[in-house]
Design a protein around this ligand. Structure first.
Ligand code: ADP
Ligand code: ZN
Length: 517
């Protein structure tokens, strides 16, 4: 049977997507492969189809036991004998699977890494006695400290090649920047791997961000006309998932909550109901979704800012797997950034905190963008993109523009008067006429001091960032970023060029001044 015949016979699809065909070809010819594909890109097929065609057993390493059952069930439904081994199974169940493995009656075996390398390598030794054709390592970024979802038990996979030297390995992930990619290849010790990086563009998803302001009302207006659609709403805390699900029910929506603190039965029931479209809205923490294969999720809403772009991209990627138009909506508040910064610095060692803080800053920058969001996301994953995607809030011009020439002039002349030597915070305080001692006395004498007192701090920050994005100002990229003028500044200062700024209301949040960072 050829791959395309197997695709039609076992999976019911008429054609390969993206680089599936090339990847599968490499795997079948016995090469090590690393495949990077966005969520919903079709990674599973890259090992499931070879598993059908290869003579022996394919072992799939997957981090979440909860997901194995779904995968295995759907394979069995397609007539592909598959099984999983985990600690939740009874000894009888496990014995049954072992005996089917011994009799070569299973094509795919799913297993968690900690189980594989469990007690005295007993399982490894057993598996070595079987004709293993392929290892597939799902969510391979979990092996890297550089990734956003490091899992210590994945490190054990560094021994895999030692045990199974000649067996090809395919590593798969939806998220890997260059550092993480390199780390995956090294840690797994892949042998002359073929690396495939698919486009991360999810063209059918429209990205939007709104400043958070009475977010429940914002959500209700978002949900208008979306009664029949299936969607996921992510919240940061467990408590807020339950509260929000209850509030939505009060408003007549079909919603349930999902988070890691719920008991097993409730989680299973809510997930099942969502998968079957009996419940339309899943209000969840990020504990929900990894590996959930529901194709008709029409929208993903973030009530709070995610910790990093990787997470955001993965979570929003759960919308529109069927290729139909879908929405990603984020309600953003600078206060979220501060909350998350606290978590990150408290929970991790300094080195790890630094990595996570940078990722957090990238996410905050995305939320405050004035240029195409898709371009930012794709560039983040080292992919080129056009300036205008036509399907994000920025490119759709959903924000009102106004003549911001005067504001721009105030900002530019402040920067000029301060000799282009100060950072964003200082310039804003200066514009607002802050009485703080931080502002030097000689600066308090300048004419520009306080000309922007009518505009809030948060607004000024936004405007300065927008002026930066449009090249009227430049925020330097060093350890102590300062604001400088550019070649475009002069025309504005002389009144020769008009500047458009974006109207977006910002909620002024009281933020404790004395936080430790
Ligand atoms: P990933 O693991 O990359 O997030 P999946 O492997 O779950 O993605 O695939 C996403 C969806 O696309 C699934 O519903 C899958 O059945 C479907 N799919 C995969 N390959 C193809 C294909 N060649 N043609 C049509 N649908 C496909
Ligand atoms: Zn765009």
């Amino acid at each position: 049977m050829t791959p395309i015949q197997a695709l039609q016979k076992y999976f019911g699809y008429s054609a390969f997507r993206h680089q599936q065909e090339a990847i599968i070809g490499q795997v079948l010819s016995g090469h090590d492969v690393m495949a990077l594909m966005p969520t919903g890109g079709g990674k599973s097929l890259c090992y499931q189809l070879p598993a059908v065609l290869l003579p022996g057993l394919t072992i799939v390493i997957s981090p979440l036991i909860a997901l194995m059952k779904d995968q295995v069930d759907s394979l069995n439904l397609n007539g592909i004998p598959a099984a999983y081994l985990n600690s939740a199974q009874t000894p009888d169940e496990q014995r049954d699977i072992i005996s089917r493995l011994t009799n070569n009656q299973i094509k795919l075996l799913y297993i968690a890494p900690e189980r594989l390398f469990g007690i005295e390598n007993k399982l490894i030794d057993f598996l070595k006695s079987l004709p293993v054709s392929l290892f597939a390592i799902d969510e391979a970024h979990c092996i890297s400290h550089w990734g956003h979802d490091f899992r210590p038990e994945y490190l054990m996979l560094a021994h895999l090649k030692g045990h199974f030297n000649n067996i090809p390995v395919i590593a798969l992930t939806a998220t890997a920047d260059k550092l993480t990619q390199k780390d995956i290849l090294e840690k797994l010790a892949l042998h002359e791997p073929a690396v495939y990086v698919s486009s991360f563009n999810r063209a059918n998803i429209t990205y939007r961000v709104l400043p958070k302001n009475k977010s429940f009302n914002q959500l209700l207006s978002f949900l208008v006309d979306r009664n029949d659609d299936s969607g996921i709403i992510y919240c940061l805390s467990r408590k807020s998932t339950e509260a929000l699900a209850a509030d939505l029910k009060d408003e007549g929506y079909s919603a349930e909550a999902y988070h890691a603190g719920l008991d097993h039965a409730t989680k299973a029931r809510n997930q099942e109901a969502f998968l079957r479209d009996e419940v339309k809205i899943m209000v969840a923490t990020i504990a929900f979704g990894m590996g959930i294969n529901k194709s008709n999720v029409r929208y993903v809403v973030h009530m709070d800012m995610p910790k990093n772009i990787e997470g955001y991209y993965q979570e929003t990627g759960r919308a529109g797997r069927d290729g139909l138009p879908s929405d990603a909506m984020l309600y953003y508040s600078p206060g979220d950034v501060i909350k998350l910064k606290n978590f990150v610095t408290l929970e991790n060692n300094p080195e790890q905190s630094q990595i996570l803080l940078e990722k957090l800053n990238d996410m905050a920058a995305y939320s405050e963008l004035h240029t195409c969001r898709r371009k930012y996301l794709l560039n983040y994953f080292d992919e080129e993109a056009a300036d205008n995607c036509g399907s994000c809030d920025i490119c759709l011009s959903e924000f009102k523009k106004f003549d911001g020439t005067l504001i721009a002039q105030k900002a530019l002349s402040a920067v000029y008067r301060l000799n282009q030597r100060f950072g964003l915070g200082y310039v804003v305080d200066f514009l607002r006429g802050s009485k703080s001692e931080k502002i030097r006395d000689e600066h308090k004498q300048l004419k520009t001091y306080g000309v922007g007192a009518d505009i809030s701090k948060a607004q000024w920050q936004r405007y300065l960032r927008e002026l930066n994005a449009h090249g009227y100002l430049q925020i330097t990229d060093d350890a102590y970023p300062t604001i400088k003028l550019t070649h475009k500044s002069e025309a504005v200062l002389k009144g020769l060029e008009k500047v458009e700024l974006t109207e977006a209301q910002i909620i002024e949040e009281k933020v404790e001044e004395a936080l430790p960072f």
